[in-house]
Design a protein around this ligand. Structure first.
Ligand SMILES: Nc1ncnc2c1ncn2[C@@H]1O[C@H](COP(=O)(O)OP(=O)(O)OP(=O)(O)O)[C@@H](O)[C@H]1O
Ligand SMILES: [Mg+2]
Length: 315
């Protein structure tokens, strides 16, 4: 196996909230002791329900926010120890595509100006003859260069978001729910574009989604998160889930009624507050297989390196 492009070791992020006149500050662990590696050219998926820490993990990996503890290594360099100037240079090789192309593009800017921005940040200029090529690479006509974001459809806007992410020819791209705000038919086009760009440019992806079905279609391996921690890593998209939570995510995908999909249909029980996690397995309150052991002790990710799962009673 080749050396991984990204290595994450025991990464944790704690947020404080409150702490005013009448309230004591409360802290929660948005990301809890996450370790994983992404090989060059791999597309690694991260799935989990809203609030499980996916975006926090994404920001940590690019060091847009500082971890509470743990380490991120990018192509052999420890990012967590890098001084700002070197970090900026390193960031050329990394990019992020955001969930919402409406709010992530400045409405005052033309597309030409939007695509120029990453160069400005690096103190460089965008050669005018490159602009049309950047737009063409994401399937947009060069004539759109002087358009403003509001003149574009949602799918077109996300294409601009992707072009901007690819502007400096990164090796690694974090895609944080890149299709969540788009219609289903447009989603498919964007996913196809991302797959084609990956093949053509040899990109490495961290693909974040709440939709296990989408991630299975797109990714080589899949990390499943629950309340900030990794509960399972599917070694390939067709692997059968071992964690009861992963199975619930999979079944929810096929629930006919959208309300059920939202509620993770097969599960009953409450999600614990991230500010007061119970002892033992965080999933035990909703798990059909939970026993006293699960409510008492926290399962570690199993030693099986081919298919890690954190569960005392895997499927
Ligand atoms: N800057 C912050 N300050 C305090 N709490 C935060 C902050 N950012 C995130 N959180 C909390 O951390 C937890 C994880 O949030 P995060 O945005 O990473 O989840 P997510 O999995 O991306 O959710 P979604 O699917 O809704 O995007 C949430 O409980 C959130 O409220
Ligand atoms: Mg998010």
């Amino acid at each position: 196996m080749t050396a991984p492009l990204i290595r994450i070791e025991h990464l944790s992020k704690e947020f404080q909230s409150g702490g005013g006149f009448l309230s004591r500050p409360r802290s929660m662990q948005a990301v809890r002791d996450v370790s994983l590696a992404i090989a060059k050219g791999e597309a690694l998926g991260v799935v989990g329900e809203s609030g499980c820490g996916k975006s926090t993990l994404a920001r940590l990996v690019l060091r847009l926010i500082e971890p509470t503890s743990g380490r991120i290594t990018f192509d052999g360099t420890d990012l967590t120890a890098l001084p700002p100037a070197e970090l900026r240079r390193m960031r050329r090789r990394m990019a992020m595509v955001f969930q919402d192309p409406y709010s992530s593009l400045d409405p005052r800017f033309t597309l030409a100006r939007v695509l120029e921005e990453p160069f400005r940040v690096q103190g460089e200029a965008l050669a005018p003859d490159r602009l049309a090529g950047m737009l063409a690479a994401v399937g947009l006509p060069g004539s759109m260069a002087e358009s403003h974001p509001h003149q574009l459809s949602g799918g077109q806007r996300q294409r601009v978001g992707i072009a901007r992410a690819l502007a400096l020819q990164p090796d690694f791209v974090v895609l944080d729910e890149p299709t969540a705000s788009l219609d289903v038919s447009i989603q498919a086009q964007i996913v196809a574009l991302l797959a084609e760009l990956r093949d053509r440019l040899g990109l490495t992806y961290l693909f974040i989604s709440h939709d296990l079905g989408l991630v299975r279609y797109f990714c080589d391996r899949i990390v499943v998160m629950y309340l900030g921690a990794v509960v399972e890593v599917l070694p390939d998209p067709a692997a059968r889930p071992r964690h009861p939570y992963t199975r619930a995510l999979m079944e929810a995908r096929f629930a006919p009624d959208p309300a059920q999909r939202k509620r993770l249909a097969p599960l009953t029980g409450e999600i614990p507050s991230p500010f007061a996690l119970p002892p033992g397995c965080a999933f035990a309150t909703r798990c059909p297989r939970a026993t006293d052991l699960c409510r008492r002790e926290t399962p570690a990710l199993s030693a099986d390196p081919d298919h890690p799962v954190a569960c005392f009673h895997p499927l």
